[in-house]
Design a protein around this ligand. Structure first.
Ligand SMILES: *[C@@H]1O[C@H](CO)[C@@H](O)[C@H](O)[C@H]1NC(C)=O
Ligand SMILES: *[C@@H]1O[C@H](CO)[C@@H](O)[C@H](O)[C@H]1NC(C)=O
Ligand SMILES: *[C@@H]1O[C@H](CO)[C@@H](O)[C@H](O)[C@H]1NC(C)=O
Length: 220
C-alpha cells in the first residue's frame, strides 16, 4: 500500500492540512500515548524510549515478520494492534501531532503512522475475518498485480490534478483496486481492499467518508 500512502499523504496538501495538523493534547496525554507505542514496539522487539522509529523501518519489520511466518503470525500482529488501539482509545484528542511529539522526522511520517493506525483498526477489528480468510490470496495478487494497483492510484493523482472532486477520484481509485483484487481472488478481497483504502482516507480527511462520498460493498 505504499503508492496509496503516497496518494493519501499528498491529499493532505489538497485539503490544506499538510504540516499544520491542528490536533493537540496535554503533555500528560502525550506521555501516555508514547507509552502505548513503547509497549507496541516492544511487541516487535523494537526498543523505543522517546523517539518513534522511522515509519518505513517499522513497516518493514512487521512486513518481514508476516512474510516469514504467514497467516499464523497475523493473530499476533492483530493482538499487538488491538492492544495499541485499546491503549489509545481514551485519548480522543489524538491526531498526527502525537507522532511529531514522538520526534518523527517530518509531517509525512506523522501522517503515515496515523493512517497505519486507522488501517490496523480495520484489519484487526471489523475486517479481521476478511484479513484472515483473504490473507494468502491478497498477498499473491499484490505481488502479481502491483503495477495495476499502482496505476489506479496514479490515475487518481492525475484525476485530482485535472480538477476532479477528490472524493470522487478516491472512490474511482478504490473501485479500480477492488476490481483488480476481485478478478484475482474473489469478491471479498475487493471488499477488503476497499475498506482498507477507506480507513486510510478517513484518517487523512474524514470529509469524504462522513459525507457518504466513499463507499464499499458488503462482503458476501
Ligand atoms: C522477539 O525476540 C524473541 C527472543 O529472541 C523471539 O523469540 C521472538 O520471536 C521475537 N519476536 C518478534 C515479533 O520478532
Ligand atoms: C521524511 O523523513 C523520512 C525519514 O527520514 C525521509 O525518508 C523522507 O524523505 C522525508 N520526507 C519528506 C517529505 O521530507
Ligand atoms: C468473524 O467470524 C466469527 C466466526 O465465524 C463470527 O462469530 C464473528 O461474528 C465474525 N466477526 C466479524 C467482525 O464479522
Amino acid at each position: 500500500m505504499s503508492k496509496l500512502l503516497i496518494l493519501l499523504v499528498s491529499l493532505c496538501s489538497v485539503y490544506g492540512v499538510h504540516g499544520q495538523f491542528t490536533d493537540s493534547c496535554t503533555s500528560d496525554v502525550y506521555a501516555s500515548i508514547k507509552q502505548c507505542y513503547v509497549t507496541y514496539m516492544a511487541g516487535y522487539n523494537i526498543s523505543m524510549t522517546d523517539t518513534i522509529p522511522e515509519y518505513w523501518s517499522f513497516h518493514f519489520v512487521r512486513r518481514d515478520l508476516l512474510d516469514a511466518d504467514g497467516l499464523h503470525i497475523q493473530p499476533y500482529v492483530c493482538q499487538l494492534g488491538n492492544a495499541l488501539s485499546d491503549c489509545l482509545a481514551p485519548y480522543t484528542c489524538m491526531g498526527p501531532n502525537a507522532y511529531m511529539n514522538m520526534n518523527v522526522p517530518n509531517a509525512t511520517e506523522a501522517m503515515d503512522y496515523w493512517i497505519d493506525l486507522a488501517v490496523t483498526q480495520y484489519q484487526c477489528g471489523a475486517g479481521y475475518n476478511l484479513t484472515m480468510t483473504e490473507f494468502y490470496c491478497i498477498a499473491f495478487c499484490r505481488d502479481r498485480y502491483q503495477p495495476n494497483i499502482d496505476q489506479c492510484d496514479a490515475q487518481a493523482a492525475i484525476d485530482i490534478g485535472n480538477g476532479m472532486d477528490p472524493c470522487a477520484a478516491q472512490q474511482k481509485d478504490f473501485d479500480c483496486q477492488a476490481t483488480v483484487y476481485r478478478n484475482c481472488c474473489d469478491w471479498n478481497a475487493g471488499v477488503y481492499i476497499c475498506n482498507v483504502d477507506m480507513a486510510g482516507s478517513k484518517a487523512v480527511n474524514p470529509a469524504c467518508v462522513n459525507a457518504g462520498a466513499i463507499k464499499c460493498p458488503a462482503p458476501r
